[in-house]
Design a protein around this ligand. Structure first.
Ligand code: SAH
Length: 389
């Protein structure tokens, strides 16, 4: 097996359990893309095994010395709780590094599993992984993959075709999933990520619990998630805003899957930055506003630009709240720490001349666990703020 020898002292983070070896930590050694290698300290002693990625800044991803099928089976078994209740039939089965399968994401949508392989090592083993998912995922009809992921480029991996079937049956054009009182159609071929934001499941429920009787504004609605939860929980009115006509079309279809008539629904195709200003100019106010924007910062270098974006929308939303109104606000930028996000929110509140208390904190659900030695895995954070005046 090829050996990758680290520079003096650079073995420390590996020994502490961090799953990445950066190119700058490597003194010598080479291997093919995806090859299993021995990671050695400066003296040449083996300290771990890893998958090699010659094109990537993340040169080696540490893996456990266990057969792939066993790692997949264990990750699926850890989701046992999700398969013994009827709250949802959509769950992340494998959460990459944090499930000891670096660069492997597998999302289960009512029997159809959709994967992303974002490391050379994961890509090289995708058929083995798909076979294991067919075998161990409960009621698995088929396993497919999405290749249109930006991070594959950094690994020198192709991003086309955008979608292909790896094992079993081809999924339907739209897969219908259940999540609590809601039903959603998931576009596994062209939807964001693998089709749905499973990571916001707990936050959607938290927002629903606050929505009874409320006039709700759901910004960056995608296929309607937060807004349809608010509707199912008795909101008086829900306004869903997204820049994507396709996302809104699916949101309307999702509304039609659950037969309720107590909530006035409005769909607005608009840029949220502009829509919030329009509401301000018109003097429109809301009881509950949800802000779940896309990633504003992909890297630490974009942090200040991201901060301006977060501050802008949060400041505008804070001003649009009725007295004692609620703001559920999120950031999925890994480069933005929870502390930094709080600082931005505090600045926005000060500029809005309103004071808020934090009534809840949210993060990705239990099917998106984070390895303790891999804090980078905790990208999603959210807070529910209540205005005190
Ligand atoms: N809250 C959603 C996920 C939001 S994803 C859920 O729980 O499912 C982010 C969404 O923001 C995408 O649908 C994207 O189309 C939309 N978007 C991105 N930039 C936007 C902008 N400037 N104005 C409005 N929508 C935007």
């Amino acid at each position: 097996m090829n050996q990758i020898v680290l520079r003096k002292g650079r073995e420390r983070s590996v020994l502490k359990g961090h799953p990445w070896v950066f190119s700058g930590a490597v003194e010598r050694g080479d291997a093919a893309a995806g090859e299993l290698v021995e990671v050695c300290d400066h003296s040449g002693a083996k300290i771990a095994s890893g998958w090699y990625s010659p094109a990537s800044q993340i040169r080696v991803r540490i893996v456990h010395d266990a057969p792939i099928a066993e790692l997949v089976a264990a990750a699926v078994a850890r989701r046992g709780d999700f398969f013994v209740n009827c709250y949802t039939n959509a769950v992340r089965l494998v959460n990459a590094e944090s499930d000891l399968l670096p660069g492997v994401v597998a999302d289960y949508y009512a029997g159809h599993v959709v994967c992303q392989f974002t490391s050379a090592g994961a890509d090289a083993r995708k058929n083995e992984i798909a076979d294991a998912l067919m075998k161990f995922a409960p009621g698995c009809a088929g396993v497919s993959e999405r290749l249109d992921v930006d991070s594959r480029t950094k690994e020198g991996l192709p991003t086309e075709p955008a979608f292909s079937v790896l094992a079993g049956a081809e999924p339907p054009e739209l897969v219908e999933i259940a999540e609590g009182p809601c039903r959603f159609l998931v576009d596994v071929r062209k939807g964001h990520k693998t089709g749905f934001y499973l990571d916001q499941r707990d936050a959607r429920a938290a927002v629903g619990a606050l929505a009874n009787g409320a006039d709700v504004l759901n910004c960056f609605s995608y296929t309607g998630g937060f807004g349809l939860f608010a509707r199912a929980c008795g909101a008086a009115k829900v306004t869903q805003v997204d820049i994507s006509a396709d996302a809104l079309a699916l949101a309307r279809r999702n509304e039609g899957l659950v037969h309720l008539c107590g909530t006035a629904m409005e769909y607005v195709e608009a840029d949220v930055f502009q829509f919030l200003r329009k509401c301000r100019d018109e003097g429109r106010k809301f009881d509950l506003i949800v802000l779940d924007p896309p990633k504003f910062a992909a890297t630490k270098g974009q942090l200040m630009k991201a901060a301006r974006g977060y501050k802008d929308i949060n400041l505008l939303a804070m001003k649009l709240l009725k007295p004692y109104g609620l703001l559920a606000t999120f950031s999925c930028s890994g480069a933005v720490s929870p502390e930094f996000f709080d600082t931005v929110l505090a600045e926005a509140a000060a500029d809005a001349h309103r004071s808020f208390q934090v009534t809840a904190r949210t993060r990705a659900g239990a099917d998106h666990p984070v390895l303790l030695s891999f804090p980078e895995g905790a990208y999603l954070k959210g807070a529910v703020l209540r205005s005190l005046d």
